[in-house]
Ligand binder design. Structure first.
Ligand SMILES: NC(=O)c1ccc[n+]([C@@H]2O[C@H](COP(=O)([O-])OP(=O)(O)OC[C@H]3O[C@@H](n4cnc5c(N)ncnc54)[C@H](O)[C@@H]3O)[C@@H](O)[C@H]2O)c1
Length: 246
């Protein structure tokens, strides 16, 4: 029999899940049987097709519209998810932006930590939980000219280690994924067309392709599953080998 990852009965919050990596992650967690709570800032109208698409998995996602750059909204997101489903097993801190210094810090660092702190006590009561943070290889490479993005994604990196150390005794495992060159609206802000983007990156990619949101979602699923039961404080690079062997 083929091995399956079964998240049936588990509840997962994914921040910034109306598109890109967050959406692919929400979809995959739902496919694995989790009840998914999608957080984003987009309207109900905009998110509806996303909810419908993920609903095809057989698990209808629940949308909570919260701007997590506001500290109180992080706590409200968790409170609303708990009120709706009574438990939270997984938190994926995925929301990200290319923005000014304050907004970048508010989302990549503060929101990541406030959302984690908000789920921590609940997860600790049950003695189990998984948190996956999305950082970026730019933390190690210096990135491509957006200092506030690089510096604040470094916050996500170091908070992963901090949380892994302080939450693990409570039964909560914390890890991160460090993607690069993943097709999304965020990466496309720097290119006029997909062809231009591909022409820029493919020569640097040992795997001779760019990444897609599902490439990252697969790693997140692993980090939310029993397969990673002894993995804590790990930061997994998902960049097709570009950083180390490109
Ligand atoms: N695409 C890449 O190549 C790449 C590389 C490295 C890291 N990342 C990281 O992956 C994550 C996902 O990025 P993506 O490429 O899918 O980008 P994306 O722009 O497609 O998606 C980001 C999502 O976050 C949401 N969001 C923004 N501000 C928010 C807020 N205040 N509250 C709630 N939601 C908010 C957006 O509405 C959007 O749906 C980000 O953390 C990003 O930094 C992406």
């Amino acid at each position: 029999m083929a091995y399956t990852i079964d998240l049936d009965g588990k509840v997962a919050i994914v921040t910034g899940a109306a598109k890109g990596i967050g959406k692919a992650t929400a979809n995959l967690l739902a496919k694995a049987g989790a009840q998914v709570v999608i957080d984003d800032i987009v309207s109900q109208e905009t998110v509806k097709p996303v909810l419908d698409e993920i609903g095809l998995t057989g698990k209808q996602p629940f949308y909570i519209q919260k701007d997590i750059s506001v500290e109180e909204n992080c706590r409200e997101l968790v409170k609303d998810a708990l009120a709706q489903f009574g438990r939270i097993d997984i938190l994926v801190n995925n929301a990200g932006v290319v923005a000014d210094w304050d907004k970048s810090y508010a989302i990549h660092v503060k929101a990541l930590h406030f959302c984690s702190e908000a789920v921590k006590d609940h997860m600790a009561e049950r003695g189990s939980g998984r948190i996956v943070n999305i950082t970026s290889t730019c933390v190690l490479t210096g990135g491509t000219g957006i200092p506030q993005y690089v510096a604040t994604k470094a916050g996500a990196y170091s908070l992963t280690r901090y949380q892994a150390k302080t939450y693990a005794p409570l039964g909560i495992l914390v890890n991160a994924v460090m993607p690069a060159v993943i097709m999304s609206d965020m990466i496309m802000t720097r290119y006029a067309s997909e062809e231009e983007m591909q022409a820029h990156y493919i020569p640097q990619m040992p795997v001779r392709r760019i990444g897609y949101p599902e490439d990252v979602a697969n790693v997140v699923l692993f980090l939310c599953s029993d397969l990673s039961s002894f993995v804590n404080g790990e930061i997994i690079v998902a960049d097709g080998g570009r950083m180390y062997v490109g």
